[in-house]
Design a protein around this ligand. Structure first.
Ligand SMILES: Nc1ncnc2c1ncn2[C@@H]1O[C@H](COP(=O)(O)OP(=O)(O)OP(=O)(O)O)[C@@H](O)[C@H]1O
Ligand SMILES: [Mg+2]
Length: 303
């Protein structure tokens, strides 16, 4: 496991309220990397990981968009983004362009968010009879990325936060992304949940998106003092040796406090152990993305 200690600089030339830029910027990927953060199990740290990794990448100087696909809207809360106006519901159901609903995240120069507005809760039902209903997000993102590229404003990362289900919103996210990031809480039954995700992913690979694969696995709310956490970590490492990021996110009070202040832990307490771990994870993701590391074996784990 890696040790703590990150290069958060205090020598920012142009200070931005709440955000300290890193002394050493993170490498930009060759093309926009699209991550779906998915695990149908609830409360495993999907949203926490999505927003904190996104914030850390943005602090590393990269251009990042978070798409909140969970009608609970927790990613919006953590980023302090308003959910009362138009949002992902209009993109899915009314064919609104993504550009019309993307907000800048206050305090970050290069972090944006497409909000899950209140109406998104009804989107899956409204989409049932739509043509190509699994590919709505993929098409919307394709247009958006082309338009940004044309104005010389390419995004480095898109991070999609999913609800705790494998319904139509998650299927849209898995169809739109190439990479899947799976947060795993080190508990009994954690791996059983992953096998269901892997089999769903297999179907999506065959029918809709041959490129999608689990590229990244993250251990969340990790308590190294418990034997169970270490046993689960060893199991995950055995099944996903290349995908696992060997920097576990510790269970940390500051991480869970941050959303109640409408902040990520990266701004709420940048030197706390949770923020340091997320910063290291983000850097590792950025470094892995700067050198292609082959495909993976998403079928490595059996039910
Ligand atoms: N490392 C951590 N230490 C302490 N608390 C954490 C940590 N990570 C997440 N939490 C807390 O655990 C709860 C669940 O986390 P989170 O909302 O990120 O999970 P989720 O998988 O997105 O949940 P859902 O399935 O409902 O969308 C939240 O209250 C969050 O603040
Ligand atoms: Mg969530």
């Amino acid at each position: 496991m890696s040790t703590a200690g990150e290069d958060v600089s205090r020598e920012t030339t142009k200070p931005v309220i709440g955000v300290r830029r890193l002394k050493e910027p993170m490498p930009s990927p060759i093309k926009t990397r699209i991550f779906t953060v998915a695990n149908q199990k609830g409360g495993v740290g999907k949203t926490t990981s999505a927003v904190n990794i996104a914030a850390a990448l943005a602090m590393g100087g990269l251009k990042v968009l978070v798409i909140d696909l969970d009608p609970q809207g927790n990613a919006c809360t953590a980023l302090g983004v308003d959910r009362d106006g138009e949002g992902m519901y209009e993109v899915f159901v009314e064919d609104a362009p993504l550009a019309s609903i993307v907000h800048k995240v206050a305090g970050f120069p290069s972090l944006e968010c497409a909000p899950a507005n209140q109406e998104l809760a009804g989107a899956e039902i409204s989409m049932v009879n739509m043509v190509a209903r699994e590919s709505i997000l993929k098409l919307a993102l394709g247009d958006y990325l082309k338009e940004r590229e044309a104005r010389g404003d390419r995004l480095d990362y898109i991070i999609i936060d999913c609800p705790p289900s494998l319904g139509l919103l998650t299927v849209n996210a898995l169809t739109a992304a190439e990479e899947v990031l799976v947060p795993i809480q080190c508990e009994y039954y954690s791996l059983e949940g992953i096998s269901l995700l892997v089999s769903t992913l297999g179907k999506i690979q065959r029918a809709l998106n041959p490129l999608v694969h689990i590229s990244t696995i993250l251990l969340t709310m990790f308590d190294s003092r418990t034997r169970l956490a270490n046993d689960v970590a060893n199991d995950v490492r055995a099944h996903f040796p290349r995908e696992l990021i060997d920097i576990p996110i510790p269970r940390a009070v500051r991480i869970s406090e941050a959303p109640s202040f409408r902040q990520t832990v990266m701004t709420y307490d940048a030197s706390s152990p949770g923020a340091v771990a997320y910063m290291q994870v983000a850097r590792e993701i950025a470094l892995r993305g700067s050198t292609p590391h082959g495909s993976n074996e998403t079928g490595a784990i059996t039910a």
